[in-house]
Each structure stands twice: as C-alpha cells, then as structure tokens.
Design a binder for this molecule. Structure first.
Ligand SMILES: [Zn+2]
Ligand SMILES: [Zn+2]
Length: 253
C-alpha cells in the first residue's frame, strides 16, 4: 500500500502546498481522501490515473476538504470516465457534496458516469476495496468528521483528519505502521486550537505514542512555514519518529 500527500496545509494554502488531501493506492485500488487544490493535476503528479479512481472519501464539510469535488467530477466526465464512482462520507458531508455538484448540474450531464453517494451509517464503515480494507470512524471536530484506517497485507495506515486531541480512540486506530495526523499549530496555541476542534503538533505526537504508531507524518499545517521547524521539534520531543509532510512522494506502508 502507498500513501501520497497531494496537499498538506490547513485552510490557508502557501506557495509550496495546497490544502490537505491524500491518496491511498494498493493493487488496482486508489482512494482520494478529501478534494482540494487541483486534484487531477496532483493525482497525475503522483502517477495515479485520475480516470481510474475507485473512491472519493470526504472527511467533513469544511471548505478546505471538499471544494474541488465538482471540478474533479467534471474533469473525469470530460476524460470520458464510464465506471461508477463511489463518494463516501457522513450524512451531512454527502448532502453538502451533492449540493455542490447540483450547482453545476453535474449529474444531469449527457453520458455522465454514475456517482454512487454512499452515506456512512452512524459514522462507521467497514468495507473491502479489492484487497484493501477500509474502516471509517467518527472523530471530534467542529462539525461531524471522520478518520479512517486502511489495511492490506497485514500493514495499516491511519489518517486522522481535522480533529480535537485525546478522545477515546477506536480500536482500529492502534498499531498503524503509518499515522498521518493534523497539526494545526504549536503548544502555545493549544487553547485556541481546542476551541476549533484542532490539535497541535505535540498533541498529534501524543496520539501517535498512545496509538503505538510506527511513524507519524504531520499535516494540516499552518499558513506560515517559518514555524515548521518548531512544530517538528515539539512533536519529536514526544514521539521521535515524526516527519514533516512531503508532497507526492509514495509513503510505503
Ligand atoms: Zn481543515
Ligand atoms: Zn475542519
């Protein structure tokens, strides 16, 4: 299984990265998690053929995680995709996603491929995508949000999207070979981050330690990258196997 970061900033982009978005691939399966930036360009940069996407998983309704969905679907239509595409999310997220697509009447386009809107029931999902197993679980945030775990070949990747720290973690989130966790700021900003349902880098590292992760990659980073060395240092003081994100590279899990 490979994981690729297509963007790693929080709500405000900077010259080196767009908003957080990632892709998980295994065999013929490819899942795009959140849709921001220029998804088709970014998928191509990682070597993933956008036309062959298996699923789009949207973690929550905040604009930095969902806004590029109409553009992605429109481009797949122009690229002559024929296969149905599953778009998965919780109830409010799928409702928002549909509304976004309705603005452009995407589903009414001639010869539009079928969009399979899949709503998570009570926030949890377990399903197999070829040889890749996906589990989804709710995480605390300002709006209903989800995290996810992918398993293949006895390896595990866990992603915590925007979320507050230190809650009752689901069993599936433990013992991941790779954990990608949001880190929206420094320790000094934790009270402000908590109000918005976000975690600091230190809190992401605490999660990695609690969850016995093999390694931690931080994402959803702040707008000003001058603080990144400090962000990394604060996290590494808690969990040494922490890295700042690198775009497009394949994280082998
Ligand atoms: Zn966000
Ligand atoms: Zn959010």
């Amino acid at each position: 299984m490979n994981v690729h970061l297509l963007g790693y900033t929080g709500s405000v982009q900077h010259e080196n990265s767009g908003n957080v978005s990632l892709a998980v691939t295994h065999d013929r399966t490819s899942v795009l998690i959140d849709v921001s930036g220029a998804p088709v360009m970014e998928l191509k940069k990682t070597g993933i053929e956008p036309r062959n996407l298996t699923m789009v998983l949207i973690t929550h309704t905040h604009i930095d995680h969902i806004y590029a969905l109409p553009s992605l679907l429109h481009q797949l239509w122009l690229m002559d995709r024929r296969e149905p595409l599953v778009v998965l999310g919780n109830q409010v997220t799928i409702q928002k996603a549909k509304e976004l697509c309705d603005v452009f009447a995407l589903e009414q386009k001639k010869r539009m491929f079928k969009i399979v809107w899949e709503v998570l029931e009570v926030g949890a999902y377990h399903g197999s995508l070829g040889s890749l197993h996906l589990s989804v679980f709710p995480v605390p945030h300002g709006v209903p949000a989800i995290g996810c775990a992918f398993e293949a070949d006895y390896r595990k990747f866990v992603y915590f999207a925007d979320c507050a720290p230190n809650f009752t973690y689901p069993e599936i989130a433990y013992d991941a070979n790779l954990l990608i966790h949001e880190a929206s700021g420094l320790k000094s900003e934790e009270p402000v981050l908590a109000e918005k349902g976000h975690s600091s880098a230190r809190q992401a590292a605490l999660a990695a330690r609690t969850l016995r992760a093999g390694r931690l990659v931080l994402c959803h980073l702040p707008e000003h990258f001058s603080c990144y060395p400090e962000i990394l240092a604060e996290a590494k003081a808690v969990f040494d196997h922490t890295q700042l994100p690198e775009l497009y590279k394949a994280y082998e899990v």
